[in-house]
Design a binder for this molecule. Sequence first.
Ligand code: PLP
Length: 381
Amino acid sequence: KVYADYAATTPVKPIVTERITEILTNHYGNPSSIHSIGRDGRKYLDQSRREIATILGANVNEVIFTSGATEANNTAIKSVARMNKSKGKHIITSRIEHHSVLNVFEELEHEGFNVTYLNVNHEGIIDLEELKHALTNETTLVSIMLVNNEVGTVQPLFEIAELLEDKDVMFHVDAVQAIGHMKIEFKELPVDMLSITAHKFGGPKGIGALLVKQGTQFMPYIHGGEQELKRRAGTENVPYICGMATALKDTYEHMDQNNIHLMKLKEQFLVGLEENAIPFELNGSMVNTTGHITNLYFPFIEVETMLTLLDMSDIYVSSGSACTAGSTLPSHVLEAMFGKDNRIKQSIRFSFNAVTTEEEVQYMIATITKIYQQFKEEENE
Ligand code: PLP
């Protein structure tokens, strides 16, 4: 069996499961309780927060734990937009964001906000000139992802920030697909808020964080108790937060060698398909990219057929983000890159991980070759 859908989610690392089980079993205290069982829970919460902050180059009080990136994105975008309503009601994002960003902007449009959805080029990179011209005195927020989840393209974060430098505009970044693939030093990054989620780097689903620069005005999205310095109510999910810290530590320890491995696999995959004379084109960038995502256009086959044939050969991939893969909706990312072209109905996302092997890639090349040969035979009949 070959799982090649790691951009959708990753398996939980065994050391993470171990850590979660240990905390669940032996350190169940509510970190807000003042007795010693509660203080024990608080100790593990604080320790994990410290570890996560240190790894990501943030201060401990800049980390707000959330139920994942969807909540982190909702919090950042809705808070900034609504809080600054009196200053201006113009907010900016790109056409290729994850739905947990795009749909929030659409929701805000219904509330009367003015949204600019930036276009991208064929590689999936935003146009800085377009952003420059879109900015007005009414603009209060720009939210752009660091790494796209469907095509792996990396956005020019520093150049974007430069355009915002002398403006009173908040910059939020969805860095979900960047964690483990690029070094994130929050204090060095010219951004105000950044979202992450544990299940993309070997942690459990349902836990993530929003990093918020110290001194940034902030309005909570979830109201209730006084947890997370009154910025996100609800008893902290201590076992999963500890699991996220363990997953992040392990990911960072092996990041450099993993990235070399992933780039090698990507090259092996593309070269192998080329050598076997499979017609295909890359959706994305060869340069501004991470190694873990390879999105390919196969002009000879519809995506549903390809997915079914791959599935029958025990290869598990998807056509785009998991949220749209269940339906036959064409990818909004590919549509932004190529328009309403047939290409968007004939493209597949392969996403690899540190545990993906050369043999698995070889098996994928062989299977796609077989599928193509079958197609050619049918065509000649
Ligand atoms: N943003 C991006 C780029 C993603 O790939 C995902 C993946 O699911 C999310 C946000 C949502 O994260 P979560 O599943 O933690 O809500």
